[in-house]
Design a protein around this ligand. Sequence first.
Ligand code: IFM
Length: 452
Amino acid sequence: MPAIPRYRFPNNFTWGAATSAYQIEGAWQEDGKGESIWDLFSHNPGKIMNGETGNVSCNHYHYYREDVSHMARMGLNAYRFSVSWPRVFPEGKSKPNPRGLDFYRRLVEELHQNNIQPVITLHHWDLPQSLQEKYNGWASRDTAMYFGEYSAYMFENLECENPLWITINEPWVFAFMGHAFGLHAPGVVDMETAINAAHHLLLAHGQAVTAFRDLSSGEGQIGIALDLSQVHPASNSDADINTARRLDGIKNRFFLDPVLQGNYPADIWDFYSDHFKMPEVKPADMKLISRSIDFLGINNYTRHLVQAGSAEDDFIGNIINPPEKEYTEMGWEVYPPGIYELLTRITEEYGKMPLYVTENGAAFYDEFDAEGNINDEARINFLRDYIKQCRHALEEGADLRGYFVWSLLDNFEWSYGYSKRFGLIYVDFLTEKRVWKKSAYWYQNVIANNGI
Ligand code: IFM
């Protein structure tokens, strides 16, 4: 008989796990797929740790049946994956590649056969390189328009039962890591381009929501996945409090406010305007960006503890990492109450709406013991403590509908290559063997008991 969980979740709560196309699929040149900005970026020496690439990765393109069987065995109710835009439109637009679409049809069919709900992200960063070259990628409004066309094509052609669609994954990370800091594809270092990209990604989100509302037969729901982290001042000084407020504005409110309220936060817009030429916001833009969504996806890993910087042009101050705290392999502080704070704060500040934790998880160093097991207790503790805080947020009135572990499989962690392992399932990248970590068995149990 299953144990009675102390932290029980509502009966229809969704338990899932997440991945993304470039991070797991491999098959970078197969069946007519076009090049993505991540293919080009990772092939560029010096960009990725150890010169690694996503060329093969977990080879999920060929192992998807086996991977879905792992999901089924784990008891997942839903699986969040992304579509590689250049697999479906090798040039980003105009001429679709039926063999690319077919892969996602086969995957969705396999999920349906196993009663796993598809949660489909349309853009998890692997923009077709052709759009980067011809239109300057997300620096231009054209890309948002082409994203609308690609999204409409997916809604019309990928038949799914009751899917959740996610337009864009983590616009902050994608816009700024890739266009301001140059650490991600396309490797641009220019704040103005990053702010432009942010606006165009939000426009693209609006285009996709509009296409969905125009085309949809009523099947499925649509939302966006934002990377959100609570920001705390390191002290009670005005300087620290102001810096924390600014960082919160830059990372969180600059995306929450337009999507949920139809305006950019004035403090951040003015602050940026003092330093940079801002994107053109046309009269209809904000209405498009704030078209109503069915749910908000929240990706949360940590919080930021911030101290004011000394230089006048210091935007975000210094993020500090007190030594007594616990950190993951990414150097991110383990801070479970942050997810509770976020879920309740969004509910209070933006109104009650369906929420999903679309990503939460941790990279820790994993090793096999003498019996061939991976006893990843640190990951289990992390997940347990964050899930408990989700339960607490539900009690306090947040309308949390589901929770997705990042990630189902160890995979290509962007500029870190394969050096950081987030998976519930260990992947041997030489043999493609999948091995369940202890956390996978633990999560299987959470799902079976619908709680902890
Ligand atoms: O691997 C990434 C994912 O692609 C987006 N969210 C954060 C994860 C961990 O860094």
